[in-house]
Design a binder for this molecule. Structure first.
Ligand SMILES: *[C@@H]1O[C@H](CO)[C@@H](O)[C@H](O)[C@H]1NC(C)=O
Ligand SMILES: *[C@@H]1O[C@H](CO)[C@@H](O)[C@H](O)[C@H]1NC(C)=O
Ligand SMILES: *[C@@H]1O[C@H](CO)[C@@H](O)[C@H](O)[C@H]1NC(C)=O
Ligand SMILES: *[C@@H]1O[C@H](CO)[C@@H](O)[C@H](O)[C@H]1NC(C)=O
Ligand SMILES: *[C@@H]1O[C@H](CO)[C@@H](O)[C@H](O)[C@H]1NC(C)=O
Ligand SMILES: *[C@@H]1O[C@H](CO)[C@@H](O)[C@H](O)[C@H]1NC(C)=O
Ligand SMILES: *[C@@H]1O[C@H](CO)[C@@H](O)[C@H](O)[C@H]1NC(C)=O
Ligand SMILES: *[C@@H]1O[C@H](CO)[C@@H](O)[C@H](O)[C@H]1NC(C)=O
Ligand SMILES: *[C@@H]1O[C@H](CO)[C@@H](O)[C@H](O)[C@H]1NC(C)=O
Ligand SMILES: *[C@@H]1O[C@H](CO)[C@@H](O)[C@H](O)[C@H]1NC(C)=O
Length: 437
């Protein structure tokens, strides 16, 4: 009786999103793939876990580790079961997951909706239920599900949606059968078939793009894509813009190749666009700047806002005309609501420093005729109050992240000699005469 009441309550809150008791807020954690590809084992991942604790990242909310590919043997056992790789997990995977659980970190698995994973390990097509049981035995509670080596259409008689639905159904059935929390499902079909439209029926996040690369042009094109898909993110289902490439990318580039300002813009956009915050860099020798950026509590608390699930959205593209896609010069002026105030992101997409300007009322979330206090989420300072507009100078590829709070009605516009209306055409005196600024 109790459980059926809970089910009804869960569905009532959300018409389309998969509100199955997990995944309301965004996942935060560390993923092995971009830093190590397949070259990792228990010792190496435990070093990352220790670094996450030592640098305060677990306390900041990064509380999961995704073993992204390559953690099993390449062949299943005779009875079809996945086999943990004894060279990587000499003490067994369960021992590893227990060890990180004790550090406040949960363990996340990875597999694929085809014959093989992308690195050529066994995929879960046709083994969905069996693999779920195995991952549960090993102590995983989250699944990143990839899209390589897919069977022919005459085999699946299905589309991408149908292959992912097989796993979503297996998860629901497993949770019912075992009276346990459903596994959290993260779809990784790379945005092939508009997962921002259907992903929320099956999982809690869906990749909208191919793999991120640790350089600016890659970030810019993902932000451009997100400027057309932000609307899809809300509680229980989010666009996934891929991993955070802040820090040591571990692949021949010890400091990464983003500038400090680019790395800040990267984190600002991912946090405020409500992407999962999954670290994709080697944390073992993280710099002070890397930790400062990944640990930005002002941005994390908005990413993890318990009351507002929506992402920021662009109110003006800036350099390019509104609603025009440009993968090198994405939208520059963004805003949205949060529990802590109205959020603004201003992005300088140019290769040189630039003066940026916006009127407060360009954002839907602002009340016209009000002053706003301004808090800077990178300097973590109160920066006075804004009347009508904000001007900023931003370094190349730099971003500002501002939190504005209503500071009451502005003084009479006559005394300030300011327009009575903020740029709107159909503004009138009470006697019915149109007013023009
Ligand atoms: C995996 O199984 C295939 C087919 O049964 C076999 O040919 C191959 O040698 C096996 N590979 C390993 C690494 O055991
Ligand atoms: C699917 O098509 C391929 C290529 O024509 C064929 O080799 C295979 O036997 C077919 N499989 C099934 C299950 O029909
Ligand atoms: C970063 O990598 C890109 C792509 O390889 C390259 O074009 C760019 O010059 C690199 N930038 C720096 C600062 O190393
Ligand atoms: C980098 O981190 C590793 C693992 O924690 C440690 O053994 C090594 O001494 C560190 N190297 C430097 C240069 O700090
Ligand atoms: C993108 O914007 C830049 C800057 O305005 C412009 O030079 C470039 O031609 C645009 N690219 C496309 C594909 O429109
Ligand atoms: C913004 O969110 C807060 C907190 O949920 C809410 O009280 C407020 O009404 C929202 N403002 C707008 C403009 O939606
Ligand atoms: C806010 O003030 C701080 C401290 O003076 C400064 O570093 C920061 O650049 C200011 N932010 C903005 C957006 O002007
Ligand atoms: C910005 O607002 C100020 C009042 O705070 C006003 O004097 C100024 O003209 C505005 N700038 C623009 C470009 O609208
Ligand atoms: C800002 O507001 C001023 C005064 O209302 C107006 O002239 C100007 O066009 C506005 N600028 C933008 C970018 O909306
Ligand atoms: C309406 O009121 C405005 C402001 O007082 C005044 O400038 C305007 O002349 C009035 N129009 C008429 C038709 O009375």
């Amino acid at each position: 009786m109790l459980s059926s009441l809970l089910t009804v309550a869960a569905y009532a809150g959300s018409a389309i999103a998969l509100n199955n008791g997990v995944g309301k807020l965004l996942k935060m954690g560390f993923d092995t793939f971009n830093a190590f590809v397949c070259d990792y084992d228990e010792v190496k991942v435990l070093v990352q876990a220790e670094a996450m604790v030592k640098y305060g990242l677990v306390a900041a909310g990064y509380n999961s580790i995704i073993l992204d590919d390559c953690f099993t043997l390449k062949n299943r056992s005779v009875d079809g079961k996945l086999v943990e790789d004894p060279a990587k997990w000499p003490n067994g995977l369960k021992h590893f997951t227990t060890a990180i659980n004790k550090m406040g970190i949960s363990a996340s698995a990875y597999s694929d909706a085809g014959y093989n994973t992308c690195a050529g390990y066994p995929g879960s097509y046709g083994y969905e239920a069996q693999d779920l049981e195995t991952w549960t035995e090993w102590g995983f509670d989250y699944l990143k599900y990839d899209n390589c080596f897919i069977p022919f259409d005459n085999v699946t008689q299905e589309n991408i949606y149908g292959r992912y639905e097989r796993m979503a159904n297996a998860i629901a059935a497993h949770a019912r059968k075992t009276h346990s929390q459903p596994m959290w499902l993260s779809l990784c079909e790379w945005g092939w078939q508009q997962p921002w439209i259907w992903g929320k029926r099956l999982g809690h996040s869906w990749r909208i793009n191919g793999d991120i690369k640790p350089w600016w042009s890659s970030l810019a094109s993902i932000i451009d894509q997100a400027s057309f898909q932000y609307w899809s993110s809300d509680f229980y289902g989010h666009n996934d813009m891929d991993m955070l490439e802040v820090g040591n990318t571990g692949q021949g580039n010890p400091i990464g190749n983003l500038t400090y300002e680019e790395a800040k813009s990267h984190f600002t956009a991912w946090a405020l666009l409500k992407s999962p915050l999954i670290i994709g860099t080697d944390l073992s020798n993280a710099t002070k700047e890397t930790i400062e950026i990944l640990g930005n509590q002002d941005l994390i608390k908005i990413n993890q806002d318990p009351n507002i699930g929506e992402a920021i959205s662009p109110f003006r593209w800036g350099i390019n005309p509104d609603y025009v896609s440009n993968s090198t010069h994405p939208a520059q002026y963004w805003s949205g609501n949060s529990s802590y105030g109205i959020v603004f992101m201003v992005l300088n997409t140019e290769d040189k420093s630039a003066d940026m300007f916006f009127n407060l009322t360009e954002s839907w979330a602002i009340r016209a005729g009000h002053l706003y206090s301004v808090y800077d989420m990178w300097s973590h300072t109160n920066n006075g109050s804004a009347l009508r507009n904000i001007s900023l100078t931003l370094p190349p590829h730099g971003a500002a992240a501002l939190l504005l709070n209503d500071a009451g009605p502005e003084p009479n516009a006559d005394t300030l000699n300011l327009p009575y209306c903020a740029g709107y055409w159909q503004c009138s005196f009470p006697n019915g005469t149109y007013y023009s600024n």
